[in-house]
Design a protein around this ligand. Structure first.
Ligand SMILES: C[S@@+](CC[C@H](N)C(=O)[O-])C[C@H]1O[C@@H](n2cnc3c(N)ncnc32)[C@H](O)[C@@H]1O
Length: 357
């Protein structure tokens, strides 16, 4: 958990025996990740363990690293930073934690935890031998309590920004997720989306991704949002298709940020007053986040599976007497062009030309 106040934190797990300790070293690794360390280094090579932890990281987020098969003594001795050995024989954590926090403001820290027996070298190399109560318990609890004391409990609120996000609930379980491209398309197929819808959303996706390349938008949200923006059209082609689409995705526990992209994608958004007149639930459907704006505008510039110019979009709206909506699209275009440092219309033309070549 690198921040302005701390260097990185490495957990060094020694004495790992791949056949016996798989479960407990997995737990040490998960505790390290969940409670704010940046990486774990393990003495014995264990590819399966690495794979399991990398799998958790790819689903639940963050950039925690795992590396096994290192010469622990050399690693510990040569570590450029503050070296800790967690041991029941050490000094009580409460007597040293402030000093350790102070010393690691601008320096990295390594925290060694053992298995059955820890060689004396670990105690001698360490700058601090720290006890979490002078009673025997476990590397899992010792590491968890140490990190919690070190971060003053703030690590419990760390945002991992994962593909899977647990929604805290008093009862029951809920995980919301961000589908990748393949999963988003599968959701469309599962809802019997027509070829026409698929071709359209793929083109909107292409353009939206190109635009997002000029911004700091979350590309995972733009990808899923653009591919799923018209899922409501599998049920209705009415103005309510965005609302219907959002509900389909809500029922599938898709991440709220994607649901908002879908619900706010019509034109440059619909105001609550307009929504009332249109007979859809009375609330604002104006795109707010950068990801919502990108998908809405990419969709405006794609008719069927063809990219059209902004002038053409405006003309189409004027022909239908939708002057206010046309003005909003133009404003959205200007706003996005400013963010991108390049005209959206031009980016669209590039995508179109690349396709034709
Ligand atoms: C099962 S213990 C092994 C203890 C063993 N008697 C030794 O130190 O050689 C495994 C690890 O748990 C951690 N641990 C257990 N009790 C602890 C305590 N009271 N304080 C800090 N760490 C502890 C230490 O990191 C230790 O290396």
């Amino acid at each position: 958990m690198e921040s302005e106040h701390h260097g990185s934190i490495t957990v060094l797990r020694i004495g790992h025996r791949p056949f016996r300790d798989k479960r407990i070293t997995t737990h040490v690794s998960l505790v390290a990740r969940a409670f704010g360390a940046d990486r774990i280094v393990i003495d014995e090579k264990d590819e399966l363990l690495e794979e399991n932890i990398n799998n958790v990281v790819s689903r639940f987020g963050g950039d925690f690293k795992i590396n096994s098969g290192v010469n622990w003594k050399k690693y510990f001795r040569d570590f450029n930073g503050i070296r800790l050995n967690l041991s029941m024989y050490g000094i009580n954590v409460d007597d040293k934690i402030e000093e350790i926090r102070e010393k690691t403001k601008n320096r990295d820290m390594i925290v060694l935890v053992g298995a059955e027996k820890v060689p004396i070298d670990a105690y001698l190399i360490a700058d601090y031998n720290i006890a979490i109560a002078n009673q025997p318990h476990s590397e899992v609890s010792a590491l968890a309590i140490f990190l919690d004391r070190y971060f003053n409990g703030k690590e419990l609120h760390k945002n991992f920004n994962g593909k899977l996000n647990i929604v805290p609930m008093e009862h029951g379980k809920m995980v919301k997720y961000i589908p990748d491209e393949k999963e988003a398309l599968q959701i469309l197929y599962d809802n019997n989306a027509s070829d026409r819808i698929i071709r359209h959303v793929k083109k909107v996706y292409e353009l939206a991704m190109a635009i997002s390349g000029y911004t700091n938008a979350d590309r995972r949200l733009v990808a899923a949002g653009s591919l799923l923006h018209d899922i409501g059209r599998t049920k209705t082609n009415g103005i309510d298709h965005a609302v219907v689409g959002a509900q389909i995705l809500r029922d599938k526990n898709i991440d709220d940020r994607i649901i908002n992209i879908v619900e706010h994608h019509t034109g440059a958004g619909i105001t609550a007053a307009e929504a009332k007149n249109l007979g859809i639930p009375e609330k604002d459907y104006i795109p707010e986040t950068i990801e919502e704006k990108i998908v809405a505008q990419a969709d405006n510039l794609v008719v069927g599976d063809r990219i059209i110019s902004l002038d053409r979009v405006i003309q189409n709206y004027h022909e239908k007497g939708l002057y206010e909506a046309a003005e909003r699209i133009k404003m959205l275009n200007d706003e996005l062009s400013k963010i991108c440092g390049r005209d959206i219309d031009e980016i669209a033309r590039d995508v179109d030309n690349a396709e034709k070549q």
